[in-house]
Design a protein around this ligand. Structure first.
Ligand SMILES: NC(=O)c1ccc[n+]([C@@H]2O[C@H](COP(=O)([O-])OP(=O)(O)OC[C@H]3O[C@@H](n4cnc5c(N)ncnc54)[C@H](O)[C@@H]3O)[C@@H](O)[C@H]2O)c1
Length: 329
């Protein structure tokens, strides 16, 4: 059985995953309510428009397309918004996910891959961050991800629903074929914002604080290419389908780049000046977030291809240059 339900498969990471599944002999069945994603990306298999908490729609999908596993990308993902509207985040990211999981249990579907996040760790007490690092998320978004991980632990014990939680650091870059890219609305991610500035769509890129305890004073993050993320999901899927146990895995490159370094790399990739200005720190931004992904490499056999930010930036720039308005017509 090669059908995989990709919930949130019209979004940035889910759409790249659907393409990767299709290229590797699986049929991605995309379920997305298009709250944020784009219909144009859903061309790699059957598409159902609707929410993951719609039990009758899920039953219809599962009866038409018996699935081997569910990959779950659907969530609200804006940290700042989650501080102002926590109910919206707990409702969608936790309650609606719980409804999806309950439906899976009823339908005897026992393999689940979850998009978790480094935000579950909160303020790091040591870097690189390993999976055992204390989990003290500092915003409702991170808490919503940790709650789902805890629910998955209990569902494994009680119902035998096996799961793998992939804790991404900063997803970045675009499909190397140029077919898919990153188009969030509103956009809050650093690289697309820098590239929109390079395209002249924004007057400058804001640097949120340059007085952090880092070499150039700006925050340091670990960027992971979207195709390497998709490969990790594929390996996680194969692990579950061969009957091996699930678990939790960090996904990053174990290399940190400061905001100023990211801007410099974008300047040389684009040959544009990219004006930048320093503004106030944002609450809740840790100074340094760097992943240890050794566990994913050891257990899943994962080996990222895009290990430097220059290569990641190149794919992002190609997509933004060719799609200056994103997926908008
Ligand atoms: N982008 C990153 O750097 C990053 C880092 C860590 C974790 N994540 C996680 O990865 C996942 C995907 O992130 P993304 O950047 O692709 O986000 P995205 O917003 O591009 O994609 C999410 C998709 O889920 C859909 N969706 C939301 N609620 C839904 C619901 N109730 N029913 C059906 N569809 C629904 C949206 O319409 C959207 O297409 C999210 O769970 C996010 O928390 C992302």
């Amino acid at each position: 059985m090669k059908n995989v339900l990709v919930v949130g498969g019209a979004g940035y990471i889910g759409s790249h995953m659907a393409k990767c599944l299709s290229a590797n002999g699986y049929v991605p069945i995309v379920l997305d309510n298009l709250d944020h994603g784009s219909r144009q990306t859903t061309k790699f298999g059957p598409f159902f428009e609707g929410s993951m908490n719609d039990a009758s729609l899920l039953q219809k999908i599962f009866s038409e397309y018996p699935v081997a596993a569910v990959m779950h990308f659907a969530a609200f993902c804006y940290v700042g918004e989650s501080m102002k509207q926590p109910a919206k985040y707990y409702q969608n990211n936790v309650v609606n996910t719980l409804a999806l999981l309950e439906c899976m249990v009823e339908e005897n579907i026992s393999n689940f891959i979850f998009s978790s996040s480094c935000s579950i760790y909160g303020e790091p007490v040591e870097t690189p961050i390993t999976e055992d690092h204390p989990k003290k998320p500092i915003n409702p978004y991170g808490r919503s991800k940790l709650m789902v991980e805890q629910i998955l632990h209990d569902f494994r014990q009680a119902y035998g629903l096996e799961s793998i939680c992939l804790r991404y650091f900063n997803a970045a870059g675009a499909d190397p074929d140029g077919e898919l890219g990153e188009d969030h609305d509103p956009e809050t991610h650093l690289i697309p914002l820098i590239l929109k500035t390079a395209l002249g769509q924004r007057p400058h890129i804001d640097i949120f604080g340059d007085d952090y305890p880092t070499p150039d004073g700006t925050c340091i993050r670990d960027y992971i290419h979207i195709e390497d993320l998709a490969q990790a999901h594929l390996l996680a899927l194969e692990r579950l389908l061969t009957g091996l146990s699930g678990g939790q895995y960090n996904l990053g490159n174990a290399t940190g780049y400061s905001v100023k370094q990211v801007i410099e790399i974008a300047r040389s990739a684009t040959n544009e000046e990219i004006p930048a200005r320093v503004v106030e720190r944002r609450p809740g931004d840790p100074a340094v977030l760097i992943s240890s992904s050794e566990k994913a490499m050891k257990d899943l056999g994962w080996k990222p291809k895009f290990t430097d930010l220059e290569a990641i930036m190149e794919t992002a720039w190609t997509w933004h240059k060719n799609n200056p308005n994103g997926y908008a017509p």
